[in-house]
Design a protein around this ligand. Structure first.
Ligand SMILES: C[S@@+](CC[C@H](N)C(=O)[O-])C[C@H]1O[C@@H](n2cnc3c(N)ncnc32)[C@H](O)[C@@H]1O
Length: 465
């Protein structure tokens, strides 16, 4: 890569080369002239300067096996292995400088790796942690901006509707994990088809844009970055490739219960039997003894509701919005079970009524489908705090960013901060994710998730004491 870049002479190439060489002085000069250069991408590899700074710590492909073995012996398995690898500090300084200039933490290269994926794969732990921190700051910042954007003046319905239809680029829903969508997840899940969220430091020229979603949701995002182009010049047409990714469309779609899974009409897994252990531990954490008052939002296959009932609650509320699932609840006798109340409708409509009625609960679980992080946030900021006993517990299905480790790590921290803002402390219980691929769990499912993630982090939240 180094040689190829040497032959180039545009500002983009210069910045990629300086990043590759961890040449802080040159990089600083280039970025001072044009900070948007922190966001360029190499046309062939899709490398951003962040990728370049990290990738130069990787062993050369031409390097012989013997040399590599020798270096591994010196550096230890899993550590970065070539001479440049010894310059993790250089990579770290470069990465920090790039973030200060608005580099994008979750940009994908053509090999479908973000800078964080690369750092993790190469064992560059300090760089990885810096990227996670930058991702957290960027996501928190955009979360706040999103909130601010949605506030509007509050008295113009047309304006509010319009705002709902707008999308900040980088906040597109994703079919990669439709159960819970983190804002950055790209519409079609392909490499380079992503318009990502900026780095944490306010860039001199903020480059996120508000764009109207295309009607019908059928095309793809395309991002073109030429050697001289900037983030502002990227051509982005974010639209949905999956008609079921928003909650309203999902609730109108057909569902299929087939043995060990519940699929939507696009063959996305709404719920799968392998998640039983997660449901069991969640119910046990939230209602550890008989006689408690519990609620589950999102019935799905009814697994977590069965687990709640095993713990003999004094009352158990179920809130479910999909007509096919409600039909199933009727057919399988849930309406007749003692101490169970089924609430038909979206939690957004049901919960305000429960608050009004003065319902108080000891345990609340949230596991819906085709909703975004901001829905989960609204759920705990508005309703958990209104319905939960002072010593009650709240849990949710934690699949945010579960398609890659760096995103999962970022959202673990983002949700922790937002929970704390809402007055809730979270404790994580680690559960090993089974090897779903070798068990053929994804056969017949459109978008597998939990791909590379080995540990599910199960949240149990209590009011800050
Ligand atoms: C992933 S499944 C829940 C699986 C469940 N935890 C289990 O153990 O089987 C999600 C459920 O949430 C329901 N749902 C989606 N959006 C909803 C909303 N806004 N309000 C209430 N239920 C919703 C879906 O119809 C679906 O039944």
């Amino acid at each position: 890569m180094l040689l190829r870049l040497l032959a180039m002479n545009t500002s983009s190439d210069e910045v990629l080369l300086a990043a590759t060489n961890h040449d802080i002085e040159v990089l600083r000069t280039l970025l001072k002239k044009d900070p948007t250069l922190a966001k360029v991408q190499d046309a062939d590899t899709g490398f951003s300067p962040l990728h370049a700074a990290i990738a130069s710590c990787e062993a050369d492909e031409e390097e012989g096996e013997d040399e590599r073995a020798e270096e591994k012996a010196v550096n230890g398995e899993g550590d970065a292995v070539n001479n440049d690898a010894l310059d993790e500090d250089g990579a770290l300084a470069t990465v920090k400088l790039l973030f200060e200039n608005g580099a994008i933490w979750n940009e994908l290269d053509t090999a479908d790796e973000t800078p964080g994926c690369l750092a993790l794969r190469l064992g560059l732990n300090k760089v990885y942690e810096t990227i996670v921190d930058a991702g957290v700051r960027a996501e928190l910042l955009f979360g706040r901006l999103d909130q601010y954007d949605l506030l509007g003046d509050g008295d113009d319905e047309a304006e509010e509707e319009e705002q709902d239809d707008d999308a900040i680029v980088g906040f597109e829903p994703s079919p990669v994990e439709p159960r819970q969508k983190a804002p950055w997840q790209q519409p079609n899940g392909t490499a380079n088809g992503v318009e990502a969220v900026e780095g944490f430091e306010p860039a001199p020229n903020p480059s996120y844009k508000i764009e109207d979603e295309a009607e019908g949701g059928t095309a793809q995002t395309s991002t073109t970055t030429t050697a001289e182009s900037t983030a502002e010049e990227k051509v982005t047409e974010p639209v949905l490739s999956n008609p079921n990714v928003n909650n309203a469309d999902y609730l109108k779609s057909e569902l299929t219960y087939s043995g060990d899974r519940l699929l939507d009409s696009d063959k996305n897994a709404v719920m799968m039997d392998w998640e039983t252990e997660i449901m069991k531990i969640s119910a046990d954490q939230l209602a550890p003894k008989p006689g408690l008052r519990t609620m589950n939002v999102g019935h799905g296959m009814g697994i977590v509701d069965r687990m709640f009932l095993e713990n003999q609650p004094a009352m158990h509320h179920i809130c479910e919005a999909h007509p096919a699932v409600i039909q199933r609840l009727k057919e399988t006798g849930w309406y007749d079970k003692p101490n169970v109340t089924v609430h038909e409708g979206r939690w957004q409509d049901v919960l305000p009524k429960l608050v009004e009625q003065g319902v108080v609960l000891d345990g609340i679980y949230y596991d819906t489908y085709a909703e975004d992080y901001k829905d989960l946030k609204e759920f705990f900021t508005e309703y958990v705090i209104a319905l939960l006993e002072p010593d009650g517990k709240f849990g949710f299905y934690n699949g945010l960013g579960a398609d890659r480790q760096v995103c999962y790590d970022v959202y673990t921290k983002v949700v922790e901060v937002d929970l704390f803002d809402a007055g809730l402390d979270v404790e994580w219980t680690d559960i090993a994710v089974p090897d779903l691929k070798s068990r053929n769990e994804w056969d017949g499912v459109r978008y597998p998730y939990w791909g590379s993630i080995k540990t599910y982090r199960l949240p149990t939240c209590k009011f800050v004491g």
